[in-house]
Write a protein that binds this ligand. Structure first.
Ligand code: CU
Length: 532
């Protein structure tokens, strides 16, 4: 397995032969037996492996991908972040009918963009069973930064339990994996309904609950995952090689079903050069959080004679994925401490601190104190944690600035508000309190520019992924707003993004936490008009 992956993934960019401009790829979706941490389970592979084979395309290339289903259930592949015709997007029920057992479906599209992307199953919970793999699209003109070598780092979580059984357990009893979730929701409602002056009381009460039994670390639905780098456990220790003096590009992809990671490489600064496949103004960081379905490309300059641990801590600190960067295979470096489990940051609850400044000074102070008291998590801050200013530099959305301005500078024609909601008693997740099964499609008009405003009214983060259209993240960078295919919204946070509606047809729009999408945090978007 390691040898295979190394052969696929380790390549010096200058050695890569230019892709033909019309290439054909054959993929087969099949069951396989997988042993992780000593337990063997049946998973679903692409060409016998998980992650599946790297697709290395070239900007401008006409791609033909034949996907054969040898499972006994339907399957599908979706090209995540790739802008293409709606019929080729690979979402059963929206883009096409899915791929029936024994069938081969042919996808055709032109790679009109470059960067780091990935592809994954969009049928049932097959993505969690192993159906995901990286896509790299070489730019037609060289990227505006230099590197000598690159590695793909695809992060994943693996459940040594059937994901179907896990979901059934959650539906039967939403606290199956996590007690007290309902209380968390109640807290959020209380906070939202409280007058300004009462918000501190709500927090005090929350603290009291914490002293009783309420655990603010209960922020994930399921615990017990194994965390993987390129399909390998921390013990397997996937390794990426470098030679002295080289600049190494690492293409990070979070292909997990439910796990956010905080990524660092102790001893190395990382220069982030791409987010979601789009070039950004380089920013030097010590650590970055990566939401489910996002990608970040970083460049590092390892020193001769050194080995480095690529350390991706699961957000809830229930474990970590790791690999090693070194000059010789089989070496390893010290593994950092996981650190304290992060707790819900009350700062995030006071969404107003971000941009609106509506909170009274005294309350803002209260929230900051709250953050300091309750949070071991310095990662998501927008500078609201003064005591951490001298700590490690952690990437935030505020740091993302596009390298070239987006072309559509029109003000939005209208705004669509999407409240991210959930019902823990019956374990379903929803948008505007309505789950997918009960909701009609959202309608966008071809040619318009729509402002989407996400309001997270839950106590979990939600990585919202829009198919087929780019979202220009409104992070204060104006014309240099970064374009993203996946935008993460923290608890209590409000985030807007402007979308140029330039692709007709029907698209999926959903939370990329698999169990959230599966239980209802999902919408169909119909783009009306335009050329079919
Ligand atoms: Cu979600």
């Amino acid at each position: 397995m390691r040898f295979k992956l190394a052969g696929l993934l380790i390549a010096t960019s200058s050695l890569i032969a230019p892709a033909a401009l019309a290439d054909v790829y054959n993929l087969e979706i099949d069951q396989f037996e997988r042993t992780v941490d000593g337990e063997t389970l049946t998973g679903v592979s692409i060409n016998g492996t998980s992650p599946g084979p790297l697709l290395r395309l070239r900007e401008g290339e006409d791609v033909t991908i034949n996907v054969t289903n040898t499972l006994d259930v339907d399957t599908s592949l979706h090209w995540h972040g790739i802008i293409l015709d709606a019929g080729m997007d690979g979402v059963p029920g929206i883009s096409f009918d899915g791929i029936a057992p024994g069938e081969t479906y042919t996808y055709n599209f032109t790679a009109n963009q470059s960067g780091t992307y990935w592809y994954h199953g969009h049928s049932a919970l097959q993505e969690q069973e192993g159906v995901f793999a990286p896509i790299i699209i070489e730019p037609a003109k060289p990227d505006p930064f230099e590197y000598d070598r690159e590695h793909v780092i695809i992060l994943a979580d693996w459940l040594n339990d059937s994901p179907y059984k896990a979901l059934a357990n959650l539906k039967k009893r939403s606290n199956y994996y996590n007690y007290n979730r309902r209380t968390v929701f109640d807290f959020w409602r209380d906070w939202r309904n409280a007058d300004r002056g009462e918000k501190t009381d709500v927090i005090q009460e929350r603290l009291a609950w914490g002293r009783m039994r309420m655990d603010p670390t209960d922020i994930v639905d399921i615990t017990g995952y194994s965390f993987l780098v390129n399909g390998e456990t921390p013990e397997d220790n996937w390794s990426g090689l470098f030679e002295a003096g080289e600049k190494v590009r690492l293409r990070f992809i979070n292909a997990a079903a439910m796990t956010y990671f905080d990524v660092k490489i102790p001893g190395l600064k990382m220069t982030v050069v791409q987010a979601d496949g789009q070039n950004i103004e380089p920013v030097s960081v010590d650590e970055f959080p990566i939401a489910i379905a996002e990608t970040f490309d970083v460049i590092v300059e390892p020193e001769a004679g050194q080995s480095y641990t690529i350390f991706a801590a699961a957000k809830d600190r229930s474990g970590y994925a790791r690999g090693t960067l070194s000059e010789t295979p089989g070496t390893e470096a010290a593994i950092p401490e996981l650190g304290p489990r992060p707790e819900l940051t009350m700062a995030a609850m006071g969404e107003d601190h971000d941009s609106h400044g509506a909170m009274a000074e005294s309350e803002a102070v209260g929230i900051d104190e709250m953050t300091m008291n309750m949070s071991g998590d310095a990662h998501r801050g927008h500078g609201e944690m003064p005591a951490m200013e001298h700590g490690p530099k952690v990437l935030s959305y505020d740091d993302l600035r596009a390298l070239t301005p987006y072309t559509d500078r029109r003000a939005p024609d209208r705004e669509v508000e999407l409240r991210l909601t959930g019902n823990m008693e019956r374990y379903f997740w929803s948008i505007n309190d309505v789950k997918f099964g009960d909701a009609g499609p959202l309608e966008f008009n071809y040619g318009e520019r729509v402002r989407i405003t996400f309001k997270n009214e839950t106590m979990m983060e939600h990585p919202m992924h829009l198919h087929g259209l780019w979202m220009d993240l409104l992070n204060g960078e104006g014309d240099m707003a970064p374009r993203k295919h996946t935008i993460n919204i923290r608890p209590g946070e409000t985030i807007s993004a402007d979308v140029t509606v330039d692709a007709t047809g029907s698209w999926a729009f959903h939370c990329h936490i698999l169990q959230h999408a599966a239980t209802g945090m999902f919408r169909q978007v119909n783009v009306i008009g335009g050329v079919q």
